[in-house]
Design a protein around this ligand. Structure first.
Ligand code: ZN
Length: 237
């Protein structure tokens, strides 16, 4: 059997995997490695590997624990965001998915509210009132269908107001709901960005530390070579 096909158990779930499919414990960032070592004690973790799904699970758990340390008990939203951030998933799939989901009644309420709250409507309605009054007081005189004090007009205005008020309230409730949903989405995206930045910091620290270690090892190697050359030189003399 070739080396590539060699199988080994996952450090966490202990299931057998091909070596290639396991992430070596030694290559993990120190903070994550410490977290895993604490939860899954092993005599020699550096020689072991971790399968993909276990590693994802540990990442999520660690991130949630970090957030809990910082904020106290997590809300459902924070838990969801930490989960998605740890797995590098997008928070918002569709930005503007609201309009397509409006029912006929909701669309009607929105349209009535937007027409009723516009200057053309106010001006047009004022013109209708004036026309009504002019027709009944000046033009028709004796044969007016709604003589002063315009009781029919009053009735119609009352009915219109009674219907319009709840429609406008419906539309306002919907726009409040929309705002709240947008704010919740913003909060999630901001929280995820914050988590991602913290993770990047962590990653940078890990890279820098790793580079320093390598540099130190190289330097030590060079020093060893120089010492060896010097020793050879002295031996020749
Ligand atoms: Zn596993």
């Amino acid at each position: 059997m070739s080396d590539r096909k060699e199988r080994a158990p996952c450090l966490i779930c202990t299931l057998d995997f091909e070596r290639d499919a396991l992430t070596p414990f030694a290559s993990l960032r120190t903070s994550l490695a410490d977290f895993i070592a604490e939860r899954h004690p092993d005599p020699a973790p550096e020689t072991r590997g971790i399968c993909r799904s276990c590693l994802d699970g540990e990442r999520v758990d660690r991130l949630q624990q970090l957030l809990e340390d910082e904020r106290g008990a997590l809300t459902g939203v924070e838990r969801e965001v930490a989960h998605k951030a740890a797995l590098h998933q997008a928070i918002v799939d569709r930005v503007d998915d609201e309009d397509d989901e409006r029912s006929f009644g909701q669309r009607l309420a929105d349209n009535v509210a937007s027409v009723g709250g516009s200057w053309p409507f106010v001006i047009g309605f004022g013109l209708v009132l004036v026309t009504w009054i002019v027709i009944n007081s000046l033009l028709l005189r004796g044969g007016a269908f709604d003589p002063y004090p315009y009781i029919l007009l009053n009735l119609m205005l009352s009915c219109l107001a009674a219907v319009q008020a709840p429609i406008i309230m419906m539309s306002q409730n919907r726009s409040t709901e929309r705002d709240r949903a947008a704010a919740a989405k913003d909060y999630k995206v901001n929280l995820k960005a914050e988590i991602e930045v913290a993770m990047l910091h962590d990653k940078m620290d890990h890279v820098i530390r790793w580079q320093f270690q390598r540099l130190a090892a190289l330097e030590q190697g060079q020093l060893d070579i120089m010492a060896e050359l010097e020793r050879l030189g002295q031996a020749k003399r």
